[in-house]
Design a protein around this ligand. Sequence first.
Ligand code: TXA
Ligand code: MG
Length: 316
Amino acid sequence: MTGNSQPRILAADAAGVVEAAGVLRSGGLVAVPTETVYGLAARADSDAAVAAIYRAKGRPDFNPLIVHVADLTAGEQLALFDERARRLAVAFWPGALTMVLPRRADAPLAGAVTAGLPTVALRCPAHPAMRAVLAETGLALAAPSANRSGAVSPTTAHHVAVSLGDKVDRILDGGSCEAGIESTIVALREDSGWHILRPGPITEEAIRSILGEGSGAGPAEGPIEAPGQLASHYAPGKPVRLDAASAAEDEFHIGFEGVAGDLNLSPSGDLAEAAANLYRALHEAARDERPRVAVAPIPGTAIGAAINDRLRRAAA
Ligand code: TXA
Ligand code: MG
């Protein structure tokens, strides 16, 4: 089904959800809105459908995908939840938290979803259109961000159409993503330690308030803990300079708070607002005729940790 010259952009109303669900059930690719970024969804139990995701994104096949589930019960069909995982699900699902958990031996998941790892990354999303699609299909849906591998993640249906236009069967248009930055990924260790593999909208402090202190140590060495956290990612396709209080003439300047810039992520210095606007700003910087990008300093507190993580990768 993939390879259409123009995907149909569907309104996220009842008819759009039913059509999107039908395409997904028959193994197609649908770009779906979530509260973080748009995802490129396919049924997680089909080798062919999951292979189509990797093909459309041009994604290296060692990088596993996040699986989206309707609720905790659906999640428990796929992974083993210990008591800590259940506490996190109760506290933050539906929402922008992804948990890396031991995969159930009998989980109906295509092998490529987990790229051969013994773990699976699960998230229960909050966006009403995505929840409606999950309910209508009755399936678990694998969905990485709906952009070409390494490029800036999409926060509008238009971003998806520009980046993957001819490679998806449908785009479900649910408006701009509210959080604007990918989910927090947390790995739970068997020894009761935990750590964050990717900072995001759910802050480390929020997770600590549920689980207590983590192990303190960073991610363990090796391919299991942090595949896909590649240094160069989210790249607008031109050099990016960080902590820039002012910009040169050949730089598109992304501002924050008092640093006006060509475009300001949040004139009032609100970090959640800045996160919501970050990828739109990087998309605009990519389109701008100036050959370079400069970004104002942004505090690393709360969701600012996730913003700075993405900016460092964009600049790498
Ligand atoms: O907000 C989000 O999480 C978005 C929306 C669409 O839900 N999805 C997203 O997916 O950002 P993606 O594929 O772009 O990022 C998935 C990340 C990658 O860094 C991957 O390496 C990591 O999750 N990951 C997936 N499975 C893993 C596993 N079993 N162990 C460790 N990391 C894993
Ligand atoms: Mg991504």
